[in-house]
Design a protein around this ligand. Structure first.
Ligand SMILES: Cc1cc2nc3c(=O)[nH]c(=O)nc-3n(C[C@H](O)[C@H](O)[C@H](O)COP(=O)(O)OP(=O)(O)OC[C@H]3O[C@@H](n4cnc5c(N)ncnc54)[C@H](O)[C@@H]3O)c2cc1C
Length: 442
């Protein structure tokens, strides 16, 4: 990689410059809790918006519009003194010169916080990566929405029965919360939307599979939550296959260890994530799952002025030997905690170690059912669903967004409708996009 010659334009300042890479839950909460006027804060993100990932599956299944789960970062921090946003992708950290190398030039820092989150982990299955579709961003969710609808359109116009079956078979891989929620949303789509929009197709033509390599669903939650989710999905007609290890997917056929292959045009991959960070970090500081090893103050091991928070950070302890779970709460709490520690650092006070307060976990299955583990309490059914709805509504950034999501939910609750069934931009799987020029498109 060539070193950029130009610095990114930023105002001169006497304040220490704190550069935060990533405006996700961790980065946003850090900046929100920083003392005003003590740092020049530069937020860098490759997108100009924050995205609320827990509701991506609802965008993908046409339940809500993408805008309602996104918040422009400039709007979020409008009026913050000493705050600057630069839309850029950070490529490398030059810790010796205390600079970040980005695709728009270099940026010097006094303190650096890496809050770059995670990316889909395909576990080295290159053909799956090229042909399946991940769920990590609004772009992914919109692509997924297009692909689902395109395949149903194709199922209607093709006379070939086998082709039709491939178009109406939907495979979700990964039985964590994202996979369970996506499979439930597809099942609702099949029940309520398919008969209305595609009367030429029979309901039983649309088949939904949820493949999980482990022996239960929702492995990060209680046994009861896993069993309830399994029952709810089966009641919705989803084929849940436990112990099903996907080995390959060529865009047409999913090959599964010790199972019959499945022909499907839509394969949604939610089977794992791994830490995502720029280059320049020594190998010995990168732990399991590509996460950065940090001490109890979220300082990247071996670096005085570089911190990491959220999904990308692994704070290994007896209680959390693999680091904290890669969910929103550790990211939010670490962001908030680090804000206090950065002030302590400026004032020469001792730093305080981070302590995680587990507020519980939940997952929804279809429209009116959910499971929730809150402390020792195990909730399931409609009460858990109401709790899930309130918690998610409160967590969405911005009043307008909360209102939009709530209206969509109310609309769908009473009418069984999903109002965003639009193919705005046709989606082509990556393998097809990379076809050499001159080759016909399939
Ligand atoms: C489909 C799905 C469903 C989920 N559901 C739940 C749920 O129900 N409950 C829950 O608690 N958690 C859930 N999670 C997990 C939760 O969203 C993450 O744990 C959380 O977003 C982590 O926050 P973060 O700030 O560490 O990273 P992110 O929120 O991912 O933010 C990272 C930011 O960094 C930016 N970035 C990355 N690399 C670069 C770079 N090189 N240069 C510039 N910018 C960069 C990205 O654009 C992004 O804005 C879900 C995740 C997914 C994908």
């Amino acid at each position: 990689m060539s070193y950029p010659t130009q610095p990114v334009c930023l105002p001169d300042t006497n304040l220490p410059r704190l550069v935060v890479v990533g405006g996700g839950f961790a980065g946003m909460n850090l900046i929100k809790h920083l003392p005003k006027g003590r740092f020049q804060v530069v937020l860098i993100d490759k997108n100009n918006f924050h995205q609320f990932q827990p509701l991506l599956y609802q965008v993908a299944s046409a339940g809500i519009e993408p805008d309602s789960i996104a918040m422009p970062l400039r709007k979020r921090f409008k009026g913050y003194p000493g705050f600057y946003f630069r839309m850029a992708e950070v490529l490398e950290i030059d810790a010796v010169r205390r600079r970040l190398i980005t695709d728009i030039g270099w940026i010097a820092y006094d303190y650096l916080v890496i809050a770059t989150g995670s990316e889909t982990n395909y576990f080295g299955l290159h053909d799956v990566q090229a042909n399946a579709i991940g769920m990590k961003s609004i772009r992914d969710a919109l692509n997924m929405r297009s692909l689902i609808l395109q395949n149903l359109e194709q199922a209607v116009y093709t006379c070939d029965k086998q082709e039709q079956q491939a178009c109406t078979t939907f495979v979700v891989v990964g039985g964590g919360p994202a996979g369970v929620e996506m499979a439930g949303a597809l099942a609702e789509f099949k029940r309520y939307i398919l008969p209305a929009d595609y009367p030429e197709l029979h309901q039983e033509d649309m088949q939904i599979y949820l493949l999980e390599a482990g022996n239960r669903l929702l492995a990060g939650m209680s046994e009861k939550a896993g069993q309830k989710a399994l029952k709810y999905l089966q009641d919705l007609g989803v084929h849940v296959d436990l112990g099903a290890m996907v080995q390959s997917y060529d865009g047409e056929t999913v090959r599964i260890k010790d199972r019959e292959p499945l022909r499907a045009r839509t394969v949604i991959w939610t089977a794992g994530v791994k830490g995502s960070h720029p280059g320049g970090i020594p190998r010995e500081v990168v732990g399991a799952g590509n996460r950065l090893l940090v001490d109890e103050y979220n300082r990247v091991k071996g670096f005085e002025r570089i911190f990491a928070i959220g999904d990308v950070a692994a704070m290994v302890s007896d209680a959390y030997p693999k680091g904290h779970p890669m969910v929103a709460q550790p990211a939010i709490q670490q962001g908030r905690h680090l804000a206090g520690n950065l002030l302590r650092l400026l004032e020469g006070q001792p730093l305080r170690p981070f302590v995680y307060h587990d507020k519980g976990s939940m997952a929804t299955v279809g429209k009116r059912k959910a499971v929730a583990d809150i402390g020792k309490r195990r909730l399931a059914g409609r009460l858990a669903w109401w709790l899930w709805s309130v918690v998610h509504l409160l967590a969405i950034s911005g009043f307008r967004n909360k209102l939009l999501v709530m209206l969509n939910w109310m609309w769908s609750y009473f009418t069984y409708e999903k109002g965003n069934r639009l193919i705005i931009r046709r989606y082509k799987p990556r393998a097809q996009q990379q076809k050499p020029a001159g080759q016909p498109e399939t």
